[in-house]
Design a protein around this ligand. Structure first.
Ligand code: SF4
Ligand code: SF4
Length: 369
């Protein structure tokens, strides 16, 4: 049996489910929140919610960096394109496939492309670097969203760009940090009894990165991998901690996550970015939750050259529940638009567009709760 097969093993999963039922007997309702699109994918695809006892609930928090990218930033990038083209600077913009389609009151990047602007979908920031090398006479801008997992390769790429003095490569940073967002949700009243920490983010920030949440708020946490057995073990460990009245951090994903995290990646992120208060779509401004390029690296940021005014725009269409879903207060089937007026082909809100958006995941697997 390969290493991963063990984490997909049906019999093992059934044994863990049985244990969860035994241990959760007699407990009041316990609610565990994850903050990761891939965790939601595993939970929904494998029907984990339906296997759990009635009194054990899994909530889905802000697990999708694309969904929470502010409308103003998407619109500002679109305005930058318009202004630059008017001035004869035919920028090539790159971004990820799901970001490309995110709706705003002023349309999406896909709409802008249909007007003739050069916008290209890339799989990684490395593709942007390649495009910049191939087009030395054009400015190439990567609209760069992502949590810690995506920030690390972005910082690595910026390091190469700085070393090579590649002058036509720029980014628009909308990177965000996960733990500060969880802290804000706790302060704003999202009630949960345990947190399932995202494996990829934890590879970068380590067990250490989650410690303040347990220390300040007494929340038990389990860092979990992405297979069904990983998720079930996370639930079992959390149930046990709640039952014992314990609040600690258990690293279930030891095959990838170290206590210190990836120190090289952390240093690179720190070299290029500084932590700032930042807006999250549908969630408002969260203290110390965003990453901006440091002053000494401002020549790598496109807003240094173009900074058009953007009016305040509504985050969501009327009736869209993305805000409550991102706060872990609702699940997609509670939205009257879900699967009817809102589908991946005709999305109303960002959570239905991104691959990591909770609504799109629920739609894909037809989950009903
Ligand atoms: S980048 Fe990875 S860890 Fe972060 S939310 Fe997406 S899937 Fe989860
Ligand atoms: S189903 Fe559509 S409208 Fe409803 S919360 Fe999700 S994205 Fe918003």
């Amino acid at each position: 049996m390969g290493t991963l097969d063990k984490f997909r093993d049906r019999e093992l999963a059934q044994k863990i489910v049985k244990k969860i039922h035994e241990e959760a007997k007699g407990l009041d309702e316990v609610r565990f929140m994850h903050v990761c699109g891939t965790h939601e994918d595993t939970v929904t695809r494998t029907g984990i919610r339906s296997l759990l006892p009635e009194n054990v609930k899994i909530l889905s928090g802000p697990g999708c960096p694309v969904c929470i990218t502010p409308v103003e930033d998407i619109v500002k990038m679109m305005e930058i394109m318009r202004q630059a083209y008017e001035e004869g600077d035919r920028i090539i913009m790159t971004t990820f496939g799901d970001m490309y389609k995110i709706p705003t009151p002023r349309g999406s990047f896909a709409d802008l492309k249909s007007e003739g602007y050069d916008i290209r979908v890339v799989y990684s920031i490395y593709d942007t670097y390649r495009i910049a090398k191939e087009n030395p006479d054009r400015t190439v801008v990567h609209f760069s969203p992502g949590f810690e997992t995506t920030t690390a390769p972005a910082a690595g790429m910026l390091n190469v760009v700085a070393q090579e003095e590649l002058e036509n490569f720029k980014i628009y940073s909308v990177h965000r940090l996960t733990p500060p967002a969880v802290e804000v949700l706790i302060k704003q009243g999202t009630r949960f009894h345990g947190l399932i920490d995202p494996g990829h983010v934890s590879v970068i920030i380590g067990v250490k990165g989650w410690e303040p949440i347990t220390e300040k708020y007494g929340v038990p946490q389990v860092i979990a991998g992405f297979e069904p057995v990983d998720m079930l073990l996370a639930v079992l460990y959390l149930v046990r901690m709640v039952k014992a009245g314990e609040a600690k951090i258990i690293n279930e994903y030891t095959r990838s996550v170290k206590y210190e995290g990836n120190v090289v990646a952390q240093k690179l992120i720190d070299k290029f970015f500084e932590v700032k208060d930042a807006r999250w779509r549908a969630l408002g401004v969260m203290p110390k939750s965003g990453l901006e390029l440091r002053k000494e690296w401002k020549e790598l940021e496109i807003r240094t050259y173009y900074d058009p005014e953007v009016p305040k725009l509504p985050d969501l269409e009327k009736g869209c529940l993305c805000g409550a879903i991102l706060r872990g207060l609702a699940l997609p089937p509670q939205c009257p638009h879900f699967g009817k007026t809102c589908t991946p082909r005709h999305p109303i809100g960002p959570c239905m567009v991104s691959y990591e958006g909770t609504c799109s995941i629920f739609y894909k697997y037809g989950a009903l709760f």
